[in-house]
Write a protein that binds this ligand. Structure first.
Ligand code: KIV
Ligand code: ZN
Length: 526
């Protein structure tokens, strides 16, 4: 009998902590709906106490999306209250609270003598904080997850003590994160086996793992942990997350599917939704999927050499261990064109994972017909772009209305732009080293800013001369960076849109920080 592995998706929480990625409330909601379609068991929707925007996003997801909705909280009363308040409307709610258990973390975060003077005293403080946090969370909700942050580098004796106490206090899931991506598969499996031996009440909770990918071992470690007895795996779409990211959901799930012969486990995941979800997350976060990425990369099912192609034509299994269709990559491309109707567009968008109100459909249809006039053939990736733009614009302060450029062999590139800035119309012109630079300078002038552009890439969304161009860039402000993505049949326009998206994200973040400082009273839990 195969055991089911619970898939806990943290794309919207740990994934959003990826450098440059920050999603607005509507983008998160759209992704959460798609995650529900993918049939993940638990969606970690955010960290509500960290800002009113995070709170609002978790609350909105909890009110609309059919899955267990989890919210993260430190082991602090205010965090836990906010977490509960944000998820309380979900059909199934979970509070996820955590403490740091490795000596590295304890010394770093609890160095102050009020937490104890020796490491033993500090460990005792963390143990008590963990117990109190779980007990407090249980006063709100029956489903409480406790994580021992940096468990991968935590002394096994102390880790066992904390986990046993957390279960005693009411934790229903105990998570063993390899926060720094330090462990090796066998070592991590032994940690799980050892906990199963040492923790007397371990059978009263589900063991979860949360592996980071600093050594490229996050999926391997998750699989080893499952073989050793873990029954929940925390992962993200495309493996995004802090630093090198988290275990990739698609890789973990497909490893279980393909290697059933030695991995007698299953998940509820609808694998045919994997590709749509991957594209949506990449589009909204602006984080490109590397072409050779397993399962969802552009080359994952491409066969280049003659020998491979010949082998494939004779028998697919010669070089393929799963088919593209298994993960929702369509072989035959569905093409829409200027004669496609509203209904055809709606159906295709639904198949790609987008939910549309009548009003949204009307707006998208207008954009679709504009695009079809320019391009003739509209592919799935073009539709994803249209949808991405629509969701993004719902929450942007700075919107490009119009642009014009003057270039030529002997002309100084000059750009004029018209923008809506918080409902005010602004027009500006500037010159530059080239047309893209001129547009960026005009935007800087309009907003009275100048940001360092850390990276800038252009590529085509689909193939052919009429393909849309996609620009991905990253700007920096202090120690934080922000991604922007723009797509258009013109790459100058795509550049301007991408730059503005990054600026919108930066501004959104700055106003979140201001809101957080002002301690907005968005709590009504007493
Ligand atoms: O990596 C980590 O330890 C985390 C915890 C908050 C679960 O993200
Ligand atoms: Zn993490």
């Amino acid at each position: 009998m195969e055991d089911q592995i619970i898939i806990f998706d943290t794309t919207l929480r740990d994934g959003e902590q990826s450098p440059g990625a920050s999603l607005n409330v509507y983008e998160k909601l759209e992704i959460a709906h798609q995650l529900a379609k993918l049939k993940v068991d638990v969606i970690e929707a955010g960290f509500p106490v960290s800002s009113p925007q995070q709170f609002e996003a978790v609350k909105m997801i909890a009110g609309e999306v059919d899955a267990t909705i989890a919210a993260l909280s430190r082991a602090k009363e205010l965090d836990i209250k906010k977490a509960y308040e944000a998820v309380r409307e979900a059909p199934k709610q979970r509070i996820h609270t955590f403490s740091s258990t490795s000596d590295y973390h304890i010394m770093g975060k609890f160095g102050d003598p009020r937490y104890g003077t020796s490491i033993q005293e500090k460990r005792a403080t963390v143990l008590q904080m963990s117990i109190d946090a779980v007990r407090y969370a249980r006063t709100f909700c029956d489903d409480v997850e406790f994580s021992a942050e940096d468990a991968g580098r935590t002394d096994i004796g102390y880790l066992s003590e904390v986990i046993e106490a957390a279960i005693e206090a009411g934790a229903t899931t105990v998570n063993i994160p390899d926060t720094t991506g330090y462990t090796l598969p066998e070592e991590f499996a032994n940690k799980i086996l050892e906990l199963r031996k040492r923790v007397k009440n371990i059978n009263r909770a589900i063991i979860s793992v949360h592996c980071h990918n600093d050594l490229g071992l996050a999926v391997a470690n998750s699989i080893s942990a499952v073989r050793a007895g873990a029954r929940q795996v925390e992962c993200t779409i495309n493996g995004i997350g802090e630093r090198a990211g988290n275990a990739s959901l698609e890789e973990f799930v497909m490893a279980l599917n393909v290697r059933k012969d030695i991995l007698p486990f299953h998940t509820a995941i609808e694998t045919k939704e994997i590709y749509n979800t991957s594209r949506m997350v990449s589009g909204f976060t602006g984080i490109i999927v590397q072409p050779n990425k397993a399962i969802v990369g552009a080359n994952a099912f491409a066969h280049e050499s003659g020998i491979h192609q010949d082998g494939m034509l004779k028998n697919r299994e010669t070089y393929e261990i799963m088919t593209p269709e298994d993960v929702g990559v369509q072989k035959t491309k569905i093409v829409l064109g200027r004669h496609s109707g509203r209904h055809g567009l709606k159906v295709r968008l639904q198949e790609l994972g987008y939910q549309l109100t009548e009003d949204e459909l009307n707006k998208t249809y207008r954009k679709f017909t504009d695009l079809a006039d320019k391009k003739k053939e509209v592919f799935d990736d073009d539709l994803r772009v249209l949808m991405g733009d629509q969701v993004k614009k719902k929450k942007e302060d700075y919107v490009l209305d119009y642009w014009q450029i003057n270039i030529g062999t002997h002309a100084i590139p000059t750009a004029t732009i018209k923008m809506t800035v918080k409902e005010q119309i602004i027009q500006e012109s500037a010159t530059g080293d080239g047309p893209v630079d001129a547009v960026f300078n005009a935007i800087d002038r309009a907003l009275n800013t100048k940001y360092k552009i850390e990276s800038y890439q252009v590529r085509s969304v689909t193939s052919g001369r009429k393909a849309m161009g996609e620009v991905l860039l990253r700007i920096r402000n202090g120690n934080k960076s922000y991604n922007g993505r723009g797509v258009s049949t013109d790459i100058i326009e795509a550049s301007a849109i991408a730059y503005l998206q990054a600026i919108n994200r930066l501004q959104g973040d700055l106003s979140n920080q201001t809101d957080a400082k002002q301690k907005t009273t968005y709590s009504n839990v007493v």
